[in-house]
Write a protein that binds this ligand. Sequence first.
Ligand code: SF4
Length: 690
Amino acid sequence: MTQPIRSTCPYCGTGCGVLLTPTENGLEVKGDPDHPANYGRLCSKGSALGETVGLGGRLLAPQVHGQESDWDTALQLVADKFAASIRDHGPDSVAFYLSGQLLTEDYYLANKLIKGYMGTANVDTNSRLCMASTVAGHKRAFGTDTVPQTYEDIESADLVVLVGSNLAWCHPVLYQRLIAAKAERGTKIVVIDPRRTATCDGADLHLPLEAGSDVALFNHLLAQIYEQGAVDAEFLAHVNGFDAALAAAFNSDLSVTKLDPDLVRQFCNLFLRTEKTVTIFSQGVNQSSAGADKVNAILNCHLATGRIGKPGCGPLSVTGQPNAMGGREVGGLANMLACHLDIENAQHRDAVQGFWQSPCMPQAAGLKAVDMFRAVGDGRIKALWIIHTNPAVSMPDASAVRDAIAGCDFVVVSDVTGQTDTARLADVLLPASAWAEKSGTVTNTDRTISRQRAVLPEPGFTRPDWAQLAEVGRRMGWEEAFTYASEADVFREYAALSAISGDLGKDFDISGLATLSDEAYDDLSPTRWPIADHKQGGRFFADGQFFHADGKAKMLAVTHRPPVARTGPRYPFRLNTGRVRDQWHTMTRTARSPRLSAHLAEPFVEINPTDARQLEIKANDLVQLKSPQGSAVMRARITDAVQTGALFAPIHWTGETAPAARICDTVAGEVDPVSGQPESKASVVSATRF
Ligand code: SF4
C-alpha cells in the first residue's frame, strides 16, 4: 500500500498537517496525527482538499497578450519589460504584489530579486490586508515582530479572550483545541466582537462592542489593572512607557464602546483574577485605521501584568493565511527586510546587501498595498508582477484597483488559473504549480515551519514560483545570484542569511537549518523557531528580555480613534466584512468542492430585524448596498447577530462566481497611518431592497 506523504493545509494560518495519498480519482486527505498544529484534526475546508485538485480551469501554459506561448518567450518578455522600465523610469517604476499563499522559498526569492537587484522596495503582499497592524504593534512593543505564544498556551490557559476573531470559522482547528481544553479544565472564554459569531456559542461572555472601540475597552482594562493592584511591579523593570500608557488609559472614555457596564465589569474581573490568560486577536483588530493602536492596547495589558511569554499566558495574534508568517519572516512587506530586519536601518540594509553581494538596496520603505495600486493607477508604476492573489476583487475600492491594473503598461500574473478577475487583465500569464504539486516550507501562526510536499505531477507546462522568479533574475543579468538547483538550495541560503538577525540582536535566527542536506530538507519535520544548532529554542520574553536596544519592552500611550468613514443620512450603515466557514478568499479552490459550496451557497448580507423592518426587507430579498466607492447586490439574512445600524457581508464572491456581489467594491481604501492596513471592517453604506 502507498505510504501517505506528509504536507500542510494551504488555507488558514493554523497550518494543520495533512497526510496525502494520490488515488485514481485525485487525492485522499487525512489529518496528520503527529503534526503539532492539529494532531490529526481537520476542519471542513481541510478535509475537502481532495475534491479541489482537479485540472478544470487550470492555466497550463504561458500566455502572452491572451495567446498561448512558451516559457522562453514569456519570461524574456517579463525580463525585458522590467529592465526597460527600470532603465527608462527608475527602479520605483516597477512593483511586485505577492501573497500569503506563496511558499517561503518563493517569497524569499521575490524579495531578493526586487529589493537587492531591481533596487526598489515596491513589494507588498495581500498580508498587508491581513496582519500588518500586528506587525507594527509587535515591533513597537517588543522591538521585533515576534509572536510570543504557542498553541499549547491556548490549552494551558484558564481564560482565553478572543478579540475580533471568529476562531470557530476562520481557524476551526484552533477553536476545536480551545473547546476541548474548556471541556477538560473549564477554560473561560470571552469574545469581544461587534457581531455575535459562531465563536460565541462556546463563550462564557460576549462583549458586542461598538465597531472600532477596542482601544477604549483595553485602556479601561489597563486602568482597572492599576486601580485594583494587578500590576506586576517586578516585571515592569523590563518595560518602558508604563506611566504614559496609564495616563492615556485614565483619559480614555469607555462609553464609546456602548457596552453594558456590567458586562465590562465581568470581563475585567475575569482578566484581573486569572493569571493564565491568553488573548487571541485577529482581523477585527488588524483591519482598522487604528489597528496598530488596538494591538498595542492589548499588549499593554499583558505587559503591565507580566503575562507574556509564560505557559498559558500571553497575547497571540492568529494569521489568516498559510504563510503570512513566512512572508513576514522573509521581509515580504514594503517596509521590512529579510529575517525581521528593518529597511529603515542602514546597518541592517548593509548586512543584507553584504550577504547577497547585491548591486543595490533601497534606502527606504516602498509603497504599501493601497498606495501601490494608487501608483499603478496614476502611472508611476509601469511594470507590475502579481503572484497568487486577486487584488482586482480583494483590495478595498476594488473597482478602482481593477481600472488601475487594466491601465498599467505591463502586468504579469503568476497563478494556477487564468480565470480570475486579475488574471484577465494580464499581459503575460505564467502558469504556476499548485498546492500538492509544489514543494517548500510555510510558517504557521505559532512560528512552526512545516513542509508542503509535492505528491501530484506538475501538469502541462506549469512551474514553481521560485523557478519563475529565478529565471527572470538570470535573464536580467544576475546569473550567479539566481542559480539554484532546487527549493532546498533557496531555503539553505535563506536560513544562512538569518544568522545576521541573531548577530544584530533580532529574533529570527533559523541558521541551524542552513546546513540541511537535500534529504534532511525533504524529511524536515515541523520545527518551531528560534532554532540554534538544529534545536528548537525556548520561549520568547520569559526572561524579560525584549528586542529594543535597551532590552526592554515598550507600552504605548494609545487613544481611541473611531473609524475614518462616518455614517450619516446618505450612508447610514456600518459594513463589516469577513469570511464564512467553508470558503477561502476568492473561492478559486474551495468553489470546486460541492460539499463546501453547500454550506452557504450564495453571497449574503446580514441585517438586524429592526433595520430590515424599517427598510421593508424580508429574508432572501435581494439587497443593494451602495457606498461612496461602489455597490454590490446580495441576499438578505435577517439576524440579530448584527446590531442595529450594522451589516455583515462575506468577502468571497467575485467576478467569476457573482459579479454583482463583489463586496470589496464597496469597501473604502482608508488605512491605518502606522501599519498601512486598510479598514476593511468599517465602511459606510446604504441598503435598499433591489
Ligand atoms: Fe486547514 Fe486551517 Fe482548517 Fe487546519 S484549520 S484544516 S489549516 S483551513
